[in-house]
Design a protein around this ligand. Structure first.
Ligand SMILES: [Zn+2]
Length: 326
């Protein structure tokens, strides 16, 4: 539900019993109920894999292997979904890690209690009335996003930075990039394939790749040297972003410029990492730093009318140009 736009819901007050209400229709569309088996008020029709959305999302591999993809919640319950229960029927023998998934799934279902005789219906759990209200949706969205927003809002509203880079930064803050650690977590690659492409010997997760890797770390070292600053930088994204954008002076111009440079470094690392993995090509760290300087120069040029600076000045005395940015 959190991804249903709140503005869309805000026009309509929708009691949970009303199946024709807008928010119920949104739910039906989102969870593909239209051709499925969820029927309001008919008690036992809910589709197991589609209605138990969390189960479906977290255990996609089990869904792929299930014999009956249209089985209802009631049938699963009747057959028994404990470990070894009759409800679990697979197209083939499960291997060890798939068995572990079943154990995990069963553990999660241990807290699910079905009320025999109760009718199926949508319930808005954020309001005691069980009906949708704008107030409850708004407070949920603002409360759940408050920490994340505070740390990255400055970086995703940089008008200088191209949209694809902004999206990349946003995904990085949410840890949604397809780093090897994330791919391993989703069981797409094996344990043996998770090493950092810089060949440093560590596992590639996002904090490692961008902030802790001793190979890519040289870029940060060269960049702060270029800026004329001495500092050891943090190894985690939230601390690093705050620290880097606050280096040196605290004028709005320098904050802005440093946030732009920060985004450029990260995007450059990500592109080089992809080249190493997919094209087997790589640049030296010095060359990557030059890319950052050139890239940020053109971003600034194309956006700030007052950034009337030649490239040589930008390369030699970046600080002297920051007042032209605001
Ligand atoms: Zn590394």
């Amino acid at each position: 539900m959190s991804s249903v736009p709140v503005y869309f819901l805000s026009f309509f007050k929708a009691p949970s019993e009303e199946k024709d209400s807008l928010w119920c229709k949104v739910l039906q569309a989102k969870y593909e109920q239209e051709g499925g088996r969820l029927r309001f008020g008919e008690g036992v029709g809910s589709h197991w894999w589609r209605s138990m959305n969390d189960v479906r999302r977290s255990f996609g591999r089990l869904f792929d292997l299930a014999v009956d993809k249209n089985v209802s919640v009631a049938d699963m319950f009747a057959a028994g979904w404990d470990l070894g229960g009759e409800a679990w029927k697979w197209r083939r023998r499960l291997n060890a890690w798939e068995e572990e998934l079943v154990v995990e799934c069963v553990a999660r279902l241990a807290n699910v209690v079905l009320q025999v005789g109760a009718r199926d219906r949508w319930v808005w759990r954020l309001d005691s009335s069980q009906c949708y209200s704008v107030k409850s949706a708004y407070s949920f969205l603002t409360a759940s996003d408050v920490n994340i927003t505070a740390s990255f809002v400055r970086f995703i509203w940089l008008k200088v930075v191209p949209l694809k880079v902004t999206i990349f930064i946003w995904r990085l803050f949410l840890n949604r990039l397809p780093t090897k650690a994330n791919l391993r977590h989703r069981r797409i690659i094996e344990d043996t394939q998770t090493l950092c492409p810089s060949l440093c010997g560590k596992v590639e997760d996002s904090n490692h790749l961008f902030f802790q890797c001793e190979v890519y770390g040289r870029i940060w070292h060269l960049i702060i040297k270029w800026l004329g600053v001495e500092s050891a930088l943090h190894g985690d994204i939230d601390m690093h972003s705050v620290q880097f954008s606050g280096l040196g002076e605290f004028s709005p111009g320098s904050r802005q410029a440093l946030s732009i440079i920060w985004s450029s470094v990260l995007y450059t690392i990500w592109c080089d990492r992809n080249c190493r993995i997919f094209s087997n090509e790589s640049d030296s760290m010095e060359a990557l730093v030059e890319k950052v300087k050139l890239q940020t120069f053109w971003w600034m040029k194309s956006c700030y009318a007052l950034f009337d600076v030649d490239y040589a000045t930008w390369r030699l005395r970046p600080w002297s140009t920051f007042q032209a940015i605001s």
